[in-house]
Design a protein around this ligand. Structure first.
Ligand code: ADP
Ligand code: ADP
Length: 239
C-alpha cells in the first residue's frame, strides 16, 4: 500500500518560478528511494510538499491514506509528526545539548511550554538515550551541539526524527556538507533504520553514485519534471 502519493502536483513560487511541473509518483511503505537531479531541479520542493512545509499550487498529495493538501492545522500536525525531516545544515538548536535537541523532536506532541522548560518524562529520556546509543552517540548525549562534528550533528538530526516515531523520513541533501567517510556513516544509519524499523525513506542526493549504492529505486528530476524512475541498473544503461 502506498505511504505517499503525488498526483499531478505542480508548484509555482511567487507566480513566476515553476519548480514542479505536473509530477506524479507513489512510494510504498518501507521503500528507500533517492531523488537525484541538478541544483534547482525541484528536489527540495518535492520534500517540502510532503509535509506541507510549503503548499503545492496544483494537484493532490496523499500521506498514509489521507489527502493532505486541504488538511486543517490539527490534522496536519499529525502528518508532520509522522514524517521526520533531516536537513543539509542539520537545523539543530546549537546551544542546547544533544539530548535536548532529540527530546525537542517531541514538541509536536506536547505543549511548547513543557518542552522549553525541559519537562520530559523519564520514559522519554530513556527512549531518547536508547536512540542515541543506536546512532553511536551515547558519549555525546550531554554535550552541546556546537561542540560536535558535522557527522555527529547529522546523527543527532536523525535521532530527533526517529524520536517522533515517524512512518517516513524526508532527507534533504543529508550528506551534502559532509566528507566521504561521515557520508557513508550517515547513509549506513539511514539504510539500517529503513530496514530494521520499516521507516520509508525519501532522500534528496546530488551524488548519483551514493544513490545507486543505497537505493533500489531512483527518481531523477530535472526542470521540475520526473525524467527517470527506476532501478540503479536501469539508470546505468540509460546514461
Ligand atoms: P533543488 O532542491 O533540486 O535544488 P529546489 O526545489 O530548491 O531545487 O528549487 C526548485 C526551483 O524553485 C529553483 O528554481 C529555485 O530557485 C526555486 N525556489 C525554491 N524555493 C523557492 C522559494 N522559496 N521562493 C522562490 N523560488 C524558490
Ligand atoms: P539548502 O540547499 O540548504 O536547502 P537553498 O539555497 O536551496 O538551501 O535554499 C535556502 C532557502 O531559500 C530555502 O528556504 C529555499 O526555499 C529558499 N530559496 C531557494 N531558492 C530561492 C529563490 N530563487 N527565491 C527565493 N527563495 C529561494
Amino acid at each position: 500500500m502506498p505511504i505517499l502519493q503525488f498526483e499531478n502536483v505542480s508548484k509555482i513560487y511567487n507566480n513566476v518560478t515553476k519548480a514542479l511541473d505536473n509530477i506524479s509518483f507513489s512510494l510504498d511503505e518501507g521503500e528507500f528511494v533517492s531523488i537525484i537531479g541538478p541544483s534547482g531541479a525541484g528536489k527540495s520542493t518535492i520534500l517540502r510538499c510532503c509535509n506541507r512545509l510549503i503548499d503545492a499550487s496544483e494537484g493532490n498529495i496523499w500521506f498514509d491514506g489521507k489527502e493532505i493538501t486541504k488538511m486543517k492545522k490539527k490534522e496536519l500536525r499529525n502528518v508532520r509528526t509522522k514524517t521526520g525531516m533531516i536537513f543539509q545544515h542539520y537545523n539543530l538548536v546549537e546551544r542546547l545539548s544533544v539530548m535536548e535537541n532529540v527530546l525537542h523532536g517531541r514538541l509536536g506532541q506536547k505543549s511548547t511550554f513543557a518542552g522549553m522548560a525541559g519537562i520530559y518524562s523519564e520514559e522519554e529520556k530513556l527512549q531518547a538515550f536508547q536512540i542515541l546509543k543506536e546512532l553511536d552517540l551515547a558519549e555525546q548525549a550531554y554535550k552541546r551541539c556546537d561542540e560536535l562534528s558535522g557527522g555527529q550533528k547529522q546523527r543527532v538530526g536523525i535521532a530527533r526524527a526517529i524520536m517522533q516515531q515517524p512512518k517516513m523520513i524526508l532527507c534533504d541533501e543529508p550528506i551534502a556538507s559532509l566528507d566521504p567517510k561521515s557520508s557513508r556513516v550517515i547513509m549506513d544509519h539511514l539504510k539500517k533504520i529503513n530496514e530494521t524499523k520499516n521507516i520509508t525513506c525519501l532522500v534528496n542526493l546530488h551524488q548519483v553514485d551514493v544513490a545507486m549504492k543505497y537505493s533500489k529505486r531512483i527518481i531523477g528530476v530535472t526542470g521540475g519534471k520526473i525524467v527517470f524512475d527506476g532501478s540503479p541498473e536501469r539508470l546505468d544503461t540509460a546514461t
